[in-house]
Structure formats: C-alpha cells, structure tokens
Design a binder for this molecule. Structure first.
Ligand code: NAD
Ligand code: ZN
Ligand code: ZN
Length: 391
C-alpha cells in the first residue's frame, strides 16, 4: 500500500510499504477514505518531537471502512464506516474506566520510554513519536487499529467524510479546550492560534456561552475565518496582544485563555510592555513557549489557562511566579476524544456545527509531502488539508 513516511526533519515521502494485518484479536483493519494533516504532525515535520524513527508512517486523523476484524472484536463488522480517534484506548484500565482516555495505562507499547520521559505511561497514539507507542498512522491506504472495539466511532452514511473526519481529533480538541475553561456568561475567552484547533475552540467557546471570544493570530485568512462566526480578532504582528486584550476587558484581562499554538509559536518581531520587561529580567533563552508566557501575563487573576497546544520536551523559563501569585488554574493534555465524540456527532447531525468549513485543500495521498510544506508555511490560504488515498 501507499503511505506517507517520516524520514527526518522536513522530509516526508509517499512510499510503498507492507499492508497492515491483524495482530491481536481485538484489532481491525480500516481502509482509509479520508485523512488529514494536523498541527501536531508539523511538530514531527519540524523535528521538534523526540522519538521519531526513519520510515514511521504518519497520520492520526483518519476515517474509513472496516475491511477486516479480529476474532475478539465484538463491536465492529466488515463494512462499518468509522472515524478513528487518535488516542488508542484499551477500555479496561483504571484511567479508561474513568474516561481519561488519553492516558490509558495499557495501549502504549513503549511504556518504559514514556515512563522515562514523562514519569508515567500515556496512551498509544497513531502516527506519532515512539514515546507514544510508535503506532503506524493513518496517512495511508490501510491502518491496523489496535483495541478497535473501544475507541472507533461508527458514523452514519448520510454525512460526508469532511463533516465527520474531525471527530477523531481537532473538533473534540477545540471543544475540550473550551469545556475545561468552565465558561461563565460574563467571560472573555482569548484563543491564541486561529489554526484548525483554534477555529474549533473559538466556535466551542461561543456555543458554550462566552460573552466575547478573541482570536489571536497573524494570518488574515485565519482571523477572517474566526471573525465569520462572531469572534473579535487581534493580529499580533500589528498590535500588542496584551494591550488590546486589556482594552477589551476593562483593563482586567480575559478570564479564560486557550493556547491553540503549542511548540511552533511564532515570536512577534517587537515584544513589548510587561512581557518585554519580564523577558529581559528572566533572560529567556528559548522562545518556543512564547504563547504560554503571554497567556500567563494576560490572564485575569483566578482565571483558567487551557492548553491543547502540544509541547514535547522541556519547556523552559515559564514565569511560574505569575501563575502562582495570580492563582491561575492550568488544564492541558492530549484530548480524551471519546469523552466528547458521541455528543459532537449528535451536534453535527442536528446541524449545530458543520466542521467541514475548515477544509481549504483536498488532494490525493501522493500529494501529501508537498502539502506538509504548504500547511507548514501557511501558503496558498491553507488552513486544513484533507488527503484522499486511492484516488
Ligand atoms: P496550526 O499550525 O495550523 O495552527 C497554529 C496557529 O498558531 C497558526 O495559525 C499560527 O499562525 C498561530 N500562531 C503561531 N504563533 C502564534 C503566536 N505567537 N500567537 C498567536 N498565534 C500564533 O495547528 P493546529 O492544527 O491548529 O494545532 C494547534 C495546536 O494544537 C498544535 O500545537 C497541535 O499540536 C495541537 N493539538 C493538540 C491536540 C491535543 O490533543 N491536545 C490535538 C490536536 C492538535
Ligand atoms: Zn491532530
Ligand atoms: Zn486503558
């Protein structure tokens, strides 16, 4: 079969590899009809994430048709149409039973590596680093889905792939980011990053009743997409984020702040005001966590920082004194997709939300390597890429 494989920094290739086969009784094989490139894939593409190996098959956002089912799988049948969450879950461990799906204690087949780096194991993820199991991903014609009787979500035929594909990751990720903000009707929610995750976080915060939602980015087409649903916008290259947020909140700052950027944070040319002074005082060496620091300074005391943005290794020089003294709450993590997927599927069916609006590019799987660059460089108005294997 054909698959997109990782060969090092900025080197993704479409290659012919062995077809996957059933390895465990609860497995299923899914023939992929649509898959997508995620901001998390860009961390691999940029070489920010440790634990990748040459030839790893990429991709954790995918859906398709079940073509083979292991003898121990009582949930799926050949012919089922499924969206596969990016988190692999056993369904039986203590964390799975509590609904903490993304920290399943059993699905990571490289537990000892995860324990060394994170202190504990976390769930296995498709198409990601070997710290999370190194499972072959879904930017491919076929995928083996381990524990396929737990996470896959069956989807009805009446909805298009583009309407349901994002149930496996970015829609629940934006939703969880907003839910964990515990939004009150008087709240201002500021969302850093108007990429696909930011777009869903903005819409989720509005659906959950925030008074105002502010989207922060530097790319006009992404800001316009956020404005189209009623968000206010800040272009961080044109104005000071901290000053504008203060202005919009009577000088107090937003109660809730969402980091939908993570590792690849772009640092504005001129850092100013409080942030600039603090930067000098602390002599920050790395600016990868720029958004995290800006959020900490922007957030109103007693507020909540919700961080779906992915961080890989060690993030340095976080002004934790500000977090502590302002009494901020931090909520973060890989998304517990299965906590939200059924409810969000219902909302799609009831036309409360149609996630397909984020898709700007639909191409064949073979064009994937080029699309990694286009999406990474934000060229050609690219916001979300959907790949179609086998066309
Ligand atoms: P993306 O790269 O398309 O979007 C990131 C956006 O952030 C871009 O539009 C970029 O211009 C903007 N940005 C960069 N620097 C900024 C700054 N200083 N201030 C404000 N905005 C800035 O990525 P995406 O697909 O939307 O994903 C966003 C993040 O969410 C990534 O870190 C990704 O890994 C993470 N993610 C997490 C989960 C999870 O389970 N927690 C799931 C999916 C994605
Ligand atoms: Zn993703
Ligand atoms: Zn589990």
């Amino acid at each position: 079969m054909k698959a997109l494989c990782w060969h090092g920094k900025k080197d993704v290739r479409c290659e012919t590899v062995a077809d996957p086969r059933i390895e465990e009784p609860r497995d299923a094989i899914v023939k992929v009809t649509s898959c997508a490139i995620c901001g998390s894939d860009l961390h691999l593409f940029d070489g920010f994430m440790p634990g990748m190996r040459e030839g790893d098959i990429l991709g954790h956002e995918f859906m398709g048709e079940v073509v083979e089912v292991g003898p121990g799988n009582k949930k799926l049948e050949v012919g089922d149409r499924v969206v596969v969450p990016f988190t692999i879950c056993c369904g039986e461990c203590d964390q799975c039973r509590r609904g903490n799906w993304s920290v399943c204690e059993r699905s990571n087949r490289n537990k000892s590596l995860a324990e060394k780096v994170f202190g504990h194991t976390t769930a296995g993820l498709f198409g990601y680093t070997h710290l999370t199991g190194g499972y072959p991903g879904g930017q491919a014609e076929y995928v083996r889905v381990p524990y396929a009787d737990v996470a896959p979500v069956k989807v009805p035929a009446g909805l298009t792939d583009e309407q349901v594909l994002f149930l496996g990751d970015i829609l629940p990720t934006g939703w969880q980011a907003a839910v964990q903000c515990e939004i009150e009707p008087t709240d201002t929610v500021a969302v850093w990053g108007a990429g696909p995750v930011g777009q869903f976080a903005v819409r989720s915060a509005l659906m959950l009743g925030a008074r105002q939602v502010v989207a922060i980015d530097r790319l006009p087409d992404r800001l316009s997409m956020a404005a189209a649903c009623g968000a206010l916008t800040i272009n961080f290259e044109e104005e000071s984020v901290l000053e504008r947020l203060a202005e919009l909140t009577g000088g107090k700052g937003p109660e809730k702040c969402i980091d939908a950027v993570g590792l690849e944070a772009h640092v504005p040319r001129s850092l100013d005001s409080l942030y600039d002074r603090a930067k000098q005082a602390l002599m920050w060496e790395s600016d990868r966590a720029h958004v995290l620091r800006e959020m900490i300074y922007a957030c109103r005391p007693a507020g909540i920082l919700s961080i779906p943005g992915v961080y890989g290794g060690v993030v340095d020089k976080i002004p934790f004194g500000a977090v502590m003294n302002k009494g901020l709450t931090i909520r973060t993590g890989q998304t517990h997709v299965n906590r939200w997927a059924e409810d969000l599927l219902r909302r799609i069916e009831e036309e409360q939300i149609d996630p397909s609006f984020v898709v700007t590019h639909t191409v064949a799987l073979e064009d994937g390597p080029q699309m990694y660059e286009t999406f990474r460089d934000k060229h050609d108005g690219c916001i979300k890429v959907v790949l179609k294997p086998g066309v």
